[in-house]
Design a protein around this ligand. Structure first.
Ligand code: AFD
Ligand code: MN
Ligand code: MN
Length: 425
């Protein structure tokens, strides 16, 4: 479903006067505080968050799945959904594919279709955590870390195949998330499992085109509940350091044990030049995959504060931003709009932090002032700034309201039916 520009403009008209008043007030107070609203707007407009092809349908848990209707039935419809979101917020200009859930049959046609919505292809993702129909060997006891060399070969070949699909689409990176590990003490020899995994990753690394990157995602538990072969950022950093300069760690916000200091992990990975990408979501207990910023917006801001510092220190820094969420009770498209908004808000707030003053406060051990400086930025309501960035890009002032007012889910249900189920988890 293409969303005509005129429809967006007409909807914007309904709240334009109110927005303009709010934006003027904000821009004046930002300017008075020494900020440059135009520069902030330019940074926000350039910031794009990729959406994963597996997050456009209703996710499920092992207990059940409650599809909401109108879910995309194929890759073309997934691209259409991302295109719709991008038209609404002008911030979701990329899609990340999961192979084999979304194998493009005709890569050139898929590329053209994506381009018609202004979309490019972000990192491709491999899948060795499920057995596919007709697959000769099983991943029940692991893939790259498996004791059987035949299974390891099959997993490497799959990852190389994923890179091949990505090349045809114009992707520049592959993300490897391994579910390998063990459920019981004694089941797996830790060092051997690590060495086998490293050898497999090295083979995949060899297959990377020269301008490609490999991201190694870590996760402490699930589906294995005693050990995981890439359990944390330390393990991920070990692998990517051994692999070489094209390998980077990927931080998925949900892949930490409760209360982990993720912003500190980000700072240290940046220091090592080994942070490659991000999977945004929010969680209370584990890999909950909830809407970014829904539970811990201050944590998201603190993470962005480190990211902004990293980006300012190294303007060449290139990071892949993606949402990795699952929607069990909300409309996936509404949820993604909310996630993108929360991510950009945290980014914008982080841009407001007075880094020089904070540095001084830190050097002087002025703890109270350091907190004031951070919270001053965090508590500034920057929603009118985000809306202004969208308005200038021809997107919606109020994406979620427009999605609802035009009855878009109902239109999708009419088009696709109420019983469609998208591929994914
Ligand atoms: C996992 C990881 C990973 C993977 C996804 C599969 O976060 O990014 O590709 O789920 O849906 O938990
Ligand atoms: Mn992830
Ligand atoms: Mn996850």
């Amino acid at each position: 479903m293409q969303l005509p520009k005129e429809q967006i403009a007409a909807h914007n008209q309904t709240s334009l006067a109110r927005h303009q008043a709010q934006y003027r007030f904000l821009a004046d107070s930002l300017t008075a505080d020494g900020h440059q609203p135009e520069q902030l707007l330019a940074k926000l407009q350039a910031f794009q968050v990729a959406l994963p092809s597996w997050a456009l349908g209703t996710g499920g848990t092992r207990f059940g799945r409650f599809p909401g209707g109108g879910e995309p039935r194929n890759l073309e419809e997934k691209i259409a959904d991302v295109g719709l979101l991008h038209a609404l917020n002008h911030s979701s200009g990329a899609i990340s594919l999961h192979i084999p859930w979304d194998i493009p049959q005709d890569a050139a046609a898929i590329r053209t279709l994506a381009a018609s919505y202004g979309l490019v292809f972000d990192a491709v993702n491999s899948n060795t955590f499920q057995d596919q129909p007709g697959q000769p060997l099983s991943y029940k006891f692991g893939s790259l870390s498996h004791t059987d060399a035949g299974v390891r070969r099959q997993a490497v070949a799959h990852n190389v195949e994923v890179i091949r699909h990505g090349v045809a689409l114009g992707s520049k990176a592959t993300t490897v998330w391994l579910s390998d590990g063990s459920c019981f003490p004694g089941q797996q020899h830790f060092r051997r499992a690590f060495e086998r995994t490293l050898a497999g990753l090295a083979e995949i690394y060899e297959a990377l085109p020269p301008d490609w990157r490999m991201y190694v995602e870590y996760k402490p538990f699930e589906p294995n509940f005693y050990s995981m072969v890439v359990q944390d950022w330390g393990a991920s950093l070990l692998y990517v350091s051994k692999l070489g300069p094209k390998a980077f760690s990927l931080v998925d916000l949900g892949h930490h044990l409760p209360n982990a200091n993720i912003e500190q992990i980000v700072a240290l990975l940046l220091m090592e030049g080994k942070l490659g990408g991000f999977h945004f979501n929010d969680s209370k207990y584990g890999d909950d995959d909830l809407t970014a910023g829904a539970l811990k917006p201050y944590q998201l801001f603190l993470i962005f504060k480190e990211l902004v510092e990293g980006m300012e220190r190294n303007p060449q820094l290139s990071l892949s931003w993606m949402i990795d969420a699952s929607h069990n009770v909300k409309d996936p498209l509404e949820d993604l709009l909310q996630s993108v908004e929360a991510i950009k808000l945290a980014y914008a707030q982080a841009l407001l932090v007075d880094a020089a003053a904070l540095h001084q406060a830190q050097e002087a051990n002025d703890v109270a002032l350091a907190q004031e400086l951070l919270q001053r930025a965090f508590r500034t309501d920057l929603r009118p700034l985000l809306a202004e960035a969208r308005l200038r890009a021809g997107a919606a002032l109020a994406p979620l309201a427009l999605f609802r007012d035009l009855g878009m889910r109902a239109q999708l249900v009419r088009e696709r039916g109420s019983r469609t189920v998208a591929t994914g988890l």
